[in-house]
Design a protein around this ligand. Sequence first.
Ligand code: KIV
Ligand code: ZN
Length: 521
Amino acid sequence: MRDHLIIFDTTMRDGEQSPGAAMTKDEKVRIGKQLERLRVDVIEAGFAASSPGDFEAIRAVAAAVKDSTVCSLARANDNDVKRAGEAVKGANRGRVHTFIATSPIHMKHKLRMEPDAVLEAAVRSVKLARQYTDDVEFSAEDAVRSEVDFLCRIFEAAIKAGATTINVPDTVGYSVPEKWGELIRTLIERVPNSGKAVWSTHCHNDLGMAVANSLAAVMAGARQVECTINGLGERAGNASLEEIVMAVKTRADFFKITTGIDATQIVPASKLVSTITGYPVQPNKAVVGANAFAHESGIHQDGVLKHRETYEIMKASDVGWGANRLTLGKLSGRNAFKTRLQELGITLASEEQLNAAFARFKELADKKREIFDEDIQALLSDEAVTPEVEHYRFVSISAHSETGEQPFSRIVMMEEGKELRAEARGAGIVDATFKAIESVVQSGTELQLYSVNNVTEGTDSQGEVTVRLSKNGRIVNGMGSDTDIVVASAKAYINALNKMSAKSQRMNPQYGEAVATGSAL
Ligand code: KIV
Ligand code: ZN
């Protein structure tokens, strides 16, 4: 029997700490359902104490997900632990993940606490968490820069207090594989009650070694890896789930360990997370990048055609490429549409929203013969915005571009029931469209990123546009999709403005500060 490696996904918590990647409750439920299809063992759905919205989102994920454990993060204080315990109470299996920093630099400058007080807070929090669930994880933030003796002390105490998983994070992405493996091995050897807990690793990618470090930890005895879809996460991101899973699967001869992951759900999960967060996947990204299985050179193409394994160590279909289901077509009815939404974990707030989404689906089916799951996900990415944050709504656009003429765009939109009309010229029709919108909205935001991706193949594909706006340090990503990329761009810009005007306060657990202070435009 091979050992089981627990896959702990933190896309909706650490991943959400990426600028602009904040997710709504409905989006978290959609991602949660997809992670369950992927057969992830543990889903960290958020940080309950960060905002009432995130608390509700975790509760909704806990209610929707049946097979995976649902977890909430909590700093090592009573309020956070209680909120986390309450948030996961409705889950079939709920976990509280409490943490405190243990490195001298964090204890002195951030916490302003003595090591003994840190240890006391950790023990108290683990004990309190055990009053809510038997499944309690304890993390020593910045373990990489902590003293090994202190780590041994605090981990021993946490296990004694009831922690069932001990997580060792490389919070700042500083380690290298040999050192990280050595640390995990030392801790397992030196902590007297180490056998009573599962050892876990959580690596950041600042030096591009998050996956390598996580795998070194596995070789040293870690049996849980914390990771995210597409490697999303703070700064340079976290260890990427798809790379960890496919490494241990493809090199089972070396790692001698298995995961419960259904790898055919990897690409759908990657696309969903990218759509919802507005973080595109780089084309040459391992496993989930558009080029990961593309062969450009003639020699490679020839080899692959003669015998696939000449240049491929994994099969594209094994990780979900080309597995996108042709779900619905022009003749599909409202019931079939509703059923497919449910299967995809998409719940719309009202019948009105369902009707609007169905109307958009029909419009799309008129323009595009084949509708795939990705099309539906993209279609819903701007539709799923809850009505209370729909301050502005796209109505129509007319744009003109002709060689030798300055491109022109005229837009009609609604602001809380009031019609706004505007027109402008620009460097191109997208630029003209954004200028037209800004001429009436005057948001004072700065455009940080504009990107277009095709949702499926072919020139009739929907274009999915991401617009990243910033204002006073706050960053939001807006998404829009349509077979016409100018329309998609206008929708994405308006979606970003709506997110910017939503009043959402969310705390970053590691800085203890609100990072997404909402302000009306
Ligand atoms: O990177 C980190 O240390 C974390 C902890 C909260 C586990 O994300
Ligand atoms: Zn982290």
